[in-house]
Design a protein around this ligand. Structure first.
Ligand code: ADE
Length: 233
């Protein structure tokens, strides 16, 4: 088993890198990939840069060039659902692209031919996350996460995304990773800690809570890695 640990921003992977041993750095395609070990497992850590294009490229590289067979994404998100507060953890049941729009041709939002509106995450990884949450007494939330190339700081846009997709939280990379992993049949998991509420204060809150929320997510992800079976049967 070789586990990809991915974030979008340096702040999202720094808490992972701090705890990885035997690190070997490779620079490729203007990204840095850190191969190393955690809890006796091989891991490859990378951040993509912000947005769907960079995220898709990095996920593809982690799988095809660095031969990862499982991908765990860690980072922060804006809350849509009212029960989500800054610092809360949410795992994606499935992910969708809120900015994908060919409705002019009669298709639903988030759909293109041969694609899926909602791409589900791996059920076994979700079960493992519930186990970690229970053991640590963490109230891990679950829901649909909506992705788009847009930092949302607007109550109307946020409400539209919530209503249109039934989304609980939003961010800028998860669905791109989901599409790549789904196509390549690689089990994947997306975890986000809330950094803001995607409203007028979102820019300010994001800056204030990015580091702390990113660390909450990264610590949880590493607990999952610790509990992953050493090899998949
Ligand atoms: N990631 C964290 N907060 C976000 C927001 N408000 N919009 C998009 N991505 C985010």
């Amino acid at each position: 088993m070789r586990i990809a640990l991915m974030g979008a921003m340096p702040e999202e992977i720094e808490p992972l890198l701090e705890r990885i041993d035997d690190v070997c750095l490779t620079e490729y395609g203007e990204n840095r990939y850190y191969e190393g070990r955690f809890a006796g497992k091989e891991v490859v850590v990378a951040y993509s840069k912000i947005g769907k294009v960079f995220a898709a490229m990095t996920a593809g590289m982690l799988i095809e060039k660095f031969r990862c067979d499982t991908l765990l994404f860690s980072g922060v998100a804006g809350a849509i659902r009212e029960d989500l507060h800054i610092g809360d953890l949410i795992m994606a049941e499935s992910l969708c692209q809120h900015d994908l729009d060919i409705t002019a041709f009669g298709h639903p939002y988030g759909y293109v031919p041969e694609g899926k509106v909602f791409v589900p995450t791996d059920e076994r990884l979700r079960k493992l996350a519930r186990k970690v949450a229970e053991a640590k007494g963490i109230d891990l939330k679950e829901g649909i996460i909506a992705t788009g190339d847009q930092f949302v700081a607007d109550p109307e846009r946020k409400a539209w995304i919530g209503e249109t997709f039934g989304a609980a939280a939003l961010e800028m990379e998860g669905a791109a990773v989901a599409v790549v992993c789904d196509a390549l049949r690689v089990p994947f998991f997306v975890l986000r800690a809330i950094s803001d509420s995607a409203d007028m204060d979102a820019g300010f809150d994001f800056d204030a809570f990015l580091d702390k929320s990113a660390r909450i997510s990264a610590d949880f992800i590493l607990e999952m890695v610790r509990l992953l079976p050493d090899s998949e049967g």
